[in-house]
Design a binder for this molecule. Structure first.
Ligand code: AMP
Length: 313
């Protein structure tokens, strides 16, 4: 895919092999990783620059495929040893999952090195890695116009100080509801969001899986639904695809206009919904701009109610 006028997105994070235990069966050696999902989702709309590490076992064909989609993989180091591996098991309703095993392998000593050619990337996606490494990435880039970041409970509990240092440098923090509550130490989502925004991020997006996502920013609260699918296949990577869709939109449109983030939320939710339709990134890799257009139209139909909401006062 060739992109002309769009801004580039720098994506940093994990590339992985996932072993997935689903109610429908077990899938081994599925290509995964947060950065992989984000890069694939973003690449439908804008050029992507990927930074991460893989082992000797990671298929070159996958990196070549990413290249064909407009993902520059120059920043993906290949090291002797094994690729990061995650083993997860989903509940029968796919609403929750447990991590059975995490093997860091070559990811254990990962220190992101941003190639010189990537340093001026206008948009940056800091995937879920150690907040100290997320800070290191920011030190290596020149004043990005927009920084989006993800994190998880592990870092919220284990690295609160480093995370506190990162938050003021983040424009949009994209995490799930449990993580927001944990980070803020407040149960009420609205109050928790306010507390998190007080610590730095201009905007906070709270992912709520099949219940959609909420955006909290200076303008107030905004909601985007999740697309109600008839069949969910594999939720792995939905959050990362959501972030990828968000950035893809922001990179290919004026991200400073007042409704940009609100519009971007629909692209994000659409990408999350495509992701869960297939095992691993399979479905996400197959979608076209037409598929995206059609899903966006379905979203609009879902929230179209024919004008205002009149009632007799
Ligand atoms: P998500 O479903 O959006 O939370 O992302 C799932 C992806 O994150 C999987 O493909 C995993 O390979 C990757 N992953 C799982 N645990 C970690 C971790 N501790 N650090 C980085 N990536 C991870």
């Amino acid at each position: 895919m060739i992109h002309h006028s769009e801004k580039s997105i720098l994506v940093v994070g994990s590339l992985a092999f996932d072993d997935l235990e689903m109610p429908t069966g077990t899938f081994k050696d599925v290509i995964g990783g947060a950065a992989t999902y984000s890069a694939i989702a973003s690449s439908l709309l804008a050029p992507v620059r990927l930074v991460g590490v893989v082992g000797a076992d990671f298929p070159q064909a996958m990196l070549d495929d990413l290249g064909k989609r407009g993902v520059d993989t120059k920043g993906v180091e290949r090291q002797a040893g094994k690729t990061f591996r995650w083993h997860g098991r989903y509940s029968s309703d796919l609403a929750s999952r447990e991590t059975l095993d995490t093997q860091l392998n070559v990811f254990a000593d990962f220190r992101p090195k941003i190639p010189k050619e990537f340093a001026a990337s206008p948009l940056v996606m800091l995937g879920n890695i150690h907040p100290a490494l997320q800070l290191e990435v920011l030190k290596q880039v020149e004043r990005p116009q927009l920084v989006v970041a993800d994190t998880m409970n592990f870092w919220i509990q284990g690295e609160p100080k480093t995370l506190a240092e990162l938050l003021p440098k983040v424009d949009v923090l994209v995490i799930n509801d449990e993580e927001v509550r944990e980070l803020a130490g407040v149960h009420n989502l609205r109050r928790a969001a306010e507390e998190v925004r007080r610590r730095g991020p201009k905007a906070l997006i709270v992912k709520r899986g099949e219940h959609g996502a909420l955006l909290f920013d200076a303008q107030g609260v905004f909601f985007v639904p999740a697309y109600p699918l008839e069949e969910v296949c594999d939720p792995t990577g939905a959050g990362d695809s959501f972030a990828g869709g968000l950035l893809g939109y922001l990179a290919s449109h004026d991200h400073t206009e007042p409704h940009a983030l609100r519009r971007a939320m629909f692209f994000a939710s659409a990408m999350g919904s495509f992701c869960v339709e297939g095992i691993g990134p399979r479905r996400l890799l197959s979608i076209t701009k037409r598929d995206l257009r059609s899903r966006l139209d379905q979203f609009l139909a879902m929230v179209e109610y024919g004008g205002d909401l009149p009632f007799r006062e």
